[in-house]
Structures are given as structure tokens and as C-alpha cells.
Ligand binder design. Structure first.
Ligand SMILES: NC(=O)c1ccc[n+]([C@@H]2O[C@H](COP(=O)([O-])OP(=O)(O)OC[C@H]3O[C@@H](n4cnc5c(N)ncnc54)[C@H](O)[C@@H]3O)[C@@H](O)[C@H]2O)c1
Length: 388
């Protein structure tokens, strides 16, 4: 028997993140306990999930007396747009969800972000219960209340998460047994966000997170039940502490705040939407997953830090070794010119008043936020993630 864990997120409205195998079997009761007056719910789920999982979730909700309407989404970054949001909102409206009746997001970060965004904007906010089914969404996307969609501009450019709203969930149920069907590549992608947390966690109560994660890798990849619970719980605890200190990412750069969680993401977001990049030389594996793009971003951030004397010179090789141990890329073939990547980074939404803003690791488990980093260091970092 694996002991489940609960992590409290102290946000404007606090909530629990429950972590453990088999939790979705009691989803209906959990919803009942949280929202006793709810008569209906809309279940938004990933169309690629195992049929039995979706059926069991539906049954649990029905047994708790909830009328369930469902809305399917395809978990594809290029489709995480307003076009995908419209049918979800339509289903919610047709099913006449009231302000006290929840949307339930069952899937990875794409479903969680879109379903959460629909819940945030329908009637200016109905509850959302996040039920993450990928490691990445358990340790990161489902927690902290950021919801959103990509914006497809008229010229065809896809801008990552340019639309969005803060909308904290009523609860998060991370059922770690759902990870048994998750492809290895996606599990490894989640480890990129875990390593990201480890590079900043010394200031948030868990200085040993990277060392523990690296030691636990074989058990994580074997999907050992107790190890998965500990991995998710420790990462959620770090994220919860960061979010509690700066829920809406308003802290000034010199205080870091929630912006620290963007470590690796300014580089990562710039290259994530380039359709031809693959984690290895195999074009059939293009595009990169979000986690792979973050992995490259972590390596780039480490190189930038070392270049600026913020981290020791050997730090990038430690990051590279950690990524490699987790089966994640630290360099990629086919990267466009460094100038082009820099241009894409400058369009990232994390740019403040036209200035590039980077989160840079110091190599001691803490990070700092640097506005306007010197161009030479950023270009050097981009070159470091170019392969071949
Ligand atoms: N809101 C936030 O704070 C936040 C934080 C980090 C990432 N994100 C967003 O999350 C997204 C990435 O999330 P993700 O990595 O979970 O991607 P995802 O939602 O695309 O899921 C990855 C893949 O796994 C499949 N899948 C999901 N659960 C499965 C399961 N249990 N078994 C088998 N297959 C399964 C999906 O169909 C998909 O192919 C990005 O859009 C990113 O921007 C948001």
C-alpha cells in the first residue's frame, strides 16, 4: 500500500493537491465534498487517454449524483488555441453550468490549461478541478492557477500562452497510477520541470531535490508507486511555496518571486514552436515536447549564468549531465541562427518593457532574475544548445 500525500497551496483561495495511486476512483466524492450543491459537471479530457480511465472517472462522478457532459480535446501544442476553446465553452454553456458547478480537467498540461481557461472565463469563473495525467502536469501545470491558450497570429506565428487568466483550481487530484500508460518520452519531459524545480528549490525548503531526483531516476522510470508519490509531492511543495509568495507573478526582478519558475522557459518557449526540431537526429520525433524544450532552456540558462560569472564555470556540465541522466536533450540539431532565436525570445511574453528577462541559476540551488542580460552571453547560450 502506497501512502498518499497532500500538499496545501496557500493562494488567494487555498486548496489541496492530493497525490497518490487510485485517487480518481473517489473523484465523485471529492467533488461532492467540495461543491455539495453541484448537480452537473463538464468533464474535459484528452482524447488519447485510455478508454477505461475516462469511463471510470465518468462513473465516479455519476455515482456521486452528478450529471456529466463531456468535451474532448486533442493534446497538440499547435492546437492549443482559441479554436479548441470554443467547443469546450459551447459544451459548458449548453450543459448550463452554474457558478457552483465545476469543469473537470482530465489530461496533461494542454487539457489543464485550456479547460482551466474555459472555467476562468465562462460566467467570469466557474470552479475547475484539475486531474493531471502526465508527470509534467502533476508537478507543474495543474498547480498554481495559470491557465491559458496559445495565440495564432494572422501571419501564422503561434505565440505560446499569450492568452490566459489566473484561476486557481478548487482541488488537484494527481492520481499517480495514470502515469503507467504515459509514454517514456513524456515521463522524461516531466523530469525537465522537476530538474528546473531542483535548480531553485534551496530557497524553497528542499535543497536536496536535484540529488534525490537523480538518485531516484531508475525507480521513477520503473514507475515505482512510492517514488512517484514522493517525486510529485516534493515538486508540488516547492511550486506551492513559490506561488504562495507571489501568486500573480508581480514581484520585482530583484526579489525573484514566481518569475523564478520561468527558469529555462524564455529559451524553451522560443524553440518549442519551431516545428522541425527533434530531441535526437530523428525527424520523425519532431516537434520537441514542452519538457524537451525546457531541458534545452535549462542548459542554455546554465551556460548564460556561467558566462556572466553568476554560476561556476563547471556548472553547465553538471546540468548537462543531469539532463542526460534523465534522457533529456541538452542540444538540438537544426536550430536556426542565434539571432533568429534571440528574436523569437524577444517576442516571449516574459519580456518586460521591451527588455529580455532571464532567470539564471547560480549553481547552488538558487536563481536570480536578470533584466537585459548582455547579448554576448545569450548568444553564447544559444550556441551551446546547437548540435552538429
Ligand atoms: N499552467 C502552467 O502553469 C503550466 C506549467 C507548465 C506547462 N504548461 C503547459 O503544459 C503543456 C505541456 O503539458 P504536458 O507535457 O502534460 O503535455 P500534453 O498535455 O500534450 O500531454 C503529453 C502527451 O501525453 C499524452 N497523455 C497524457 N496523459 C496520458 C496518460 N496518462 N497516458 C498516456 N498518454 C497520456 C497526451 O495525449 C499527449 O500526447 C504545455 O502547453 C505547457 O505550456 C502549463
Amino acid at each position: 500500500m502506497t501512502t498518499p500525500a497532500t500538499v496545501r497551496v496557500e493562494a488567494s483561495r487555498g486548496y489541496d493537491v492530493q497525490i497518490g495511486p487510485g485517487l480518481l476512483a473517489s473523484l465523485g466524492q471529492t467533488v461532492r465534498g467540495l461543491l455539495p450543491k453541484a448537480a452537473r459537471t463538464v468533464l474535459v479530457y484528452d482524447s488519447a487517454l485510455p478508454v477505461a480511465l475516462v469511463r471510470d472517472v465518468r462513473n465516479s462522478l455519476s455515482l456521486a449524483g452528478l450529471a456529466v457532459e463531456q468535451s474532448l480535446l486533442q493534446a497538440d501544442e499547435s492546437l492549443k488555441t482559441l479554436d479548441a476553446l470554443a467547443p469546450v465553452l459551447n459544451t459548458i454553456a449548453t450543459h448550463k453550468l452554474e457558478r457552483h458547478e465545476p469543469v473537470i480537467a482530465l489530461g496533461g498540461g494542454i487539457v489543464g490549461d485550456l479547460a482551466g481557461f474555459a472555467a476562468a472565463i465562462y460566467r467570469r469563473g466557474v470552479p475547475v478541478i484539475q486531474c493531471p495525467t502526465t508527470l509534467l502536469s502533476m508537478v507543474d501545470a495543474s498547480v498554481g492557477g495559470k491557465t491559458g491558450a496559445n495565440l495564432l497570429l494572422a501571419g501564422g506565428d503561434l505565440k505560446k500562452n499569450l492568452l490566459g487568466a489566473f484561476h486557481q483550481p478548487h482541488a488537484v487530484l494527481a492520481d499517480t497510477s495514470t502515469l503507467h500508460t504515459l509514454p517514456d518520452r513524456e515521463l522524461r519531459g516531466g523530469l525537465a520541470e522537476c530538474l528546473k524545480h531542483g535548480l531553485l528549490s534551496a530557497a524553497f525548503g528542499d535543497p536536496d531535490l536535484v540529488a534525490w531526483t537523480l538518485a531516484a531516476l531508475p525507480r521513477v522510470l520503473a514507475r515505482d508507486a512510492a517514488t512517484l508519490v514522493e517525486l510529485v509531492a516534493r515538486n508540488v511543495a516547492v511550486k506551492a511555496r513559490v506561488v504562495a509568495g507571489d501568486e500573480r507573478e508581480e514581484a520585482p526582478s530583484d526579489q525573484g518571486g514566481r518569475a523564478l519558475l520561468n527558469l529555462g522557459h524564455t529559451f524553451g518557449h522560443a524553440i518549442e514552436t519551431l516545428p522541425n526540431l527533434s530531441p535526437d537526429a530523428d525527424p520523425a520525433r519532431a516537434p520537441l515536447t514542452h519538457g524537451e524544450a525546457v531541458a534545452l532552456g535549462l542548459h542554455a540558462a546554465a551556460v548564460c549564468s556561467a558566462e556572466l560569472g553568476i554560476a561556476p564555470g563547471e556548472f553547465p556540465s553538471h546540468v548537462k549531465a543531469a539532463l542526460s541522466a534523465a534522457g533529456l536533450p541538452s542540444a538540438v540539431l537544426g536550430l536556426p541562427s542565434a539571432d533568429h532565436v534571440l528574436q523569437l525570445m524577444s517576442h516571449d511574453k516574459k519580456v518586460a518593457a521591451g527588455r529580455l528577462r532571464l532567470v539564471l541559476p547560480k549553481g547552488d540551488g538558487t536563481c536570480l532574475v536578470r533584466d537585459d542580460p548582455p547579448r554576448h552571453a545569450v548568444l553564447r547560450a544559444i550556441e551551446a544548445i546547437r548540435r552538429g
